[in-house]
Design a protein around this ligand. Structure first.
Ligand SMILES: *Cc1c(COP(=O)(O)O)cnc(C)c1O
Length: 418
């Protein structure tokens, strides 16, 4: 209440609430994001409501962290029940949620071990550490020589080590010096991976579909070739499924679409059900078993609240309904979007309910399209200038998707004729 009176912004009475929140963030939150001008007050399912009561169809779903919709009743129930029992123990002690969660998650991934962490970047960092330790202790790489092959255009998070192998200059500028030990090759080019492998290579780390790069789907056969090359060369295949995994693409993992099983899955985002940060490295004991007590950890990793929510997410996925729904609705969405090609859209690509749309730069930027979509009640996010991505919660309906495409069609028409 203090803040309302102290607002540096004046405006119409009906706007004051919204303007106030935006101004407060502008004043007191570091400017590491450039949000669309909407202030969310509540949400349910595929819809969010702003502080003025306007409804928007959420076609970002918090970058796939809200795959199952806002406030999914089973996930909220699991969280509420656990809130009343115990929320944090640290892993200095056992808790009665972590073991059952890890067992269920490992089964979902057809693996036998889980390393629980919190954020996606931590899962990536953990995967890197596990791969290096495996390289030295199992493969026999000389001390401090391990290298990991990554792909151009990757996005794996924001830590200093992870940005060390990004080629997004915005993500790197003024944050060096960088961590050595990474080699980047073109995405989608399996031969380039094979050529980059030497005796010190411990892992290939890739996204099965590159999310932040604009939902880039690799050529057919790429993931199978990566699996074959890594197996033949005694190199780990680490799939970052933090955004692509857990139902989004129409299957549990995007790797499933190519019939490929990596050595390690990196999971995050939707694993926390949109409620708490939950991430994990999932693999087999011959790899994850290299970690010994004291070598790696996290105060919050594997906490009982996170484990209870993560377990409820795994239970939700175990039926296969979410995956199937994403596949069916995704086909419908992509088919409708393809009709816009040539009418303001240059290209459409994706997998399941995860679509990248390249906007004709001649009519406007991705940001401008997202602003106009917002005015029509659809929330989406641009990436790399002229691409917008659609990734609605999987609980969205076919009618809602059709309506969202109608809004995009109207926005494009407005820009083309405006
Ligand atoms: C979001 C994302 C990450 C990082 O996750 P955070 O929870 O933001 O740290 C890593 N990899 C991929 C593919 C992602 O989409």
């Amino acid at each position: 209440m203090l803040h309302v009176g102290a607002s540096p912004v004046t405006g119409a009475a009906t706007d004051l609430d919204k303007l106030d929140h935006r101004a407060l963030e502008d004043e007191h939150v570091a400017h590491n994001y450039h949000p669309l001008p909407i202030v969310v007050g509540s949400a349910a399912g595929a819809w969010v409501v702003d502080v003025e009561g306007r409804r928007y169809l959420d076609c970002l779903a918090a970058y796939s962290a809200v795959n199952f919709g806002h406030g999914h009743p089973e996930l909220i129930a699991a969280a509420k029940a656990q809130l009343d029992r115990v929320t944090l123990t640290s892993r200095a002690f056992h808790n009665d949620q972590l073991g059952p969660f890890a067992t269920a998650l490992a089964a979902l991934a057809r693996k036998d071990m889980v390393l629980p962490m919190n954020t996606g970047a931590e899962a990536v960092e953990s995967g890197i550490k596990v791969a290096r330790a495996w390289g030295y202790r199992v493969k026999g790489v000389a001390p401090d020589r391990a290298t990991i092959i990554v792909a151009d255009g990757n996005f794996h998070g924001r830590t200093t080590t992870i940005i060390s192998f990004s080629n997004d200059e915005q993500a790197r500028a003024d944050f060096g010096p960088f961590t050595p030990g990474f080699v980047s090759v073109p995405y989608g080019d399996a031969a380039a991976i094979e050529a980059a492998i030497d005796d010190n290579t411990v892992a290939v780390l890739i996204e099965p579909i590159q999310g932040e790069a604009g939902i880039i789907v690799p050529p057919d056969g790429y993931l199978a070739a990566v699996r074959d090359i890594t197996s033949r060369n005694n190199v780990l295949f680490i799939a970052d499924e933090i955004q692509s995994g857990l139902g989004r693409t129409g299957s549990t993992f995007a790797c499933d679409l190519a019939g490929v099983v990596p050595d390690l899955y990196l999971l995050g985002k939707a694993l926390g059900g949109g409620i708490v940060p939950v991430s994990a490295v999932v693999g087999n004991r011959d790899i994850l078993g290299v970690l010994r007590p004291g070598e790696h950890g996290s105060t919050f990793g594997g906490n009982p609240l996170a484990a209870a929510v993560g377990h409820a997410v795994v239970d939700l996925l175990a039926t296969g309904e979410m995956q199937e729904r994403a596949g069916v609705l995704g086909e419908r969405l992509q088919a409708r979007l393809r009709t816009l090609v040539g009418r303001g859209v240059v290209a459409v690509r994706g997998a399941g309910l995860w679509v990248g749309i390249d906007i004709d730069p001649a009519i406007g930027t991705g940001r401008r399209v997202c602003e106009l979509l917002m005015e029509r009640g659809v929330l989406a996010k641009d990436t790399h200038g002229s691409t917008i991505r659609l990734a609605p919660p999987i609980v969205v309906t076919a009618e809602e998707l059709d309506w969202a495409v109608d809004q995009l069609e109207a926005v494009l028409e407005e820009l083309r004729t405006g």
